[in-house]
Design a protein around this ligand. Structure first.
Ligand code: ADP
Ligand code: MG
Ligand code: MG
Length: 207
């Protein structure tokens, strides 16, 4: 996938994330403070605008993802503005100069993004956060680097969704959800669903 195709994929993803606002809001109303959908909508609307702006001409995929991360950080607020901003910004650091988006590049982004998100927020797999979807995706991506992107991405997106599903059984230890303790059992973490959706929509564009 070349830079223009990746840009179009991220524009499609941003549109779908904006459209997912009601679902994400409903999830955060159960285990959080109800603002996750609005925050993601604000962030991805800003990305939408950025990617439609012809003045915006990123040099490479690293630059594209870095600017996407910056938009999320500056427009969203909340825990997830910093967390998803970090995923795109830090995860893009080693993608400078990269113009072909393939399975190894995707694996690199997810793994370096995961590491940076951990450094920023300390959440480990099992803590009922977006890390549960991200870690599952990164781990699967590492096993599929020899596959063409169109064969690897559906499996990676499925793993992320399974990671999000697993948060149902977990007790939250971060953010507002932690105050609810075991009342969060039975409900998916909204950030984990957002993470799974991002990969799901990237895949939908690709197929
Ligand atoms: P806030 O919690 O500030 O209202 P949001 O509702 O937008 O922010 O986002 C909540 C989501 O952020 C959670 O569902 C969780 O997935 C993610 N999150 C919160 N804290 C952390 C953390 N320390 N590490 C990773 N993800 C986190
Ligand atoms: Mg919230
Ligand atoms: Mg909040």
């Amino acid at each position: 996938m070349n830079l223009l195709q990746v840009r179009k994929m991220m524009l499609f993803t941003a549109e779908q994330m904006v459209a997912s606002e009601p679902t994400l809001t409903a999830l955060d109303q159960v285990v959080g403070d109800g603002d996750h959908g609005i925050g993601m909508k604000r962030g991805f609307s800003a990305i939408n605008q950025l990617l439609q702006d012809e003045q915006f001409q990123p040099n490479d995929i690293g630059d594209l993802f870095k600017q996407i991360g910056t938009k999320l950080m500056t427009s969203m607020g909340g825990a997830s503005g910093a967390i998803f901003g970090t995923l795109f910004r830090a995860g893009s650091k080693s993608l400078s100069g990269v113009t072909d988006f393939n399975s190894p590049v995707l694996a690199k982004w997810l793994n370096e993004g995961w590491q940076a998100v951990y450094q920023r927020g300390n959440a480990k797999p099992g803590d009922k956060t977006m890390v549960d979807a991200l870690a599952a995706a990164a781990t699967t991506a590492n096993q599929l680097t020899t596959l063409p992107l169109a064969d690897a991405l559906p499996k990676i997106a499925d793993s992320a969704m399974q990671g999000a599903e697993k948060t149902k059984q977990m007790i939250a230890v971060f953010g507002r959800a932690k105050n609810l303790g075991d009342r969060t059992i039975g409900h998916m973490d909204p950030g984990a669903v957002s993470m799974a959706y991002i990969l799901k929509y990237m895949n939908e564009y690709l197929q």
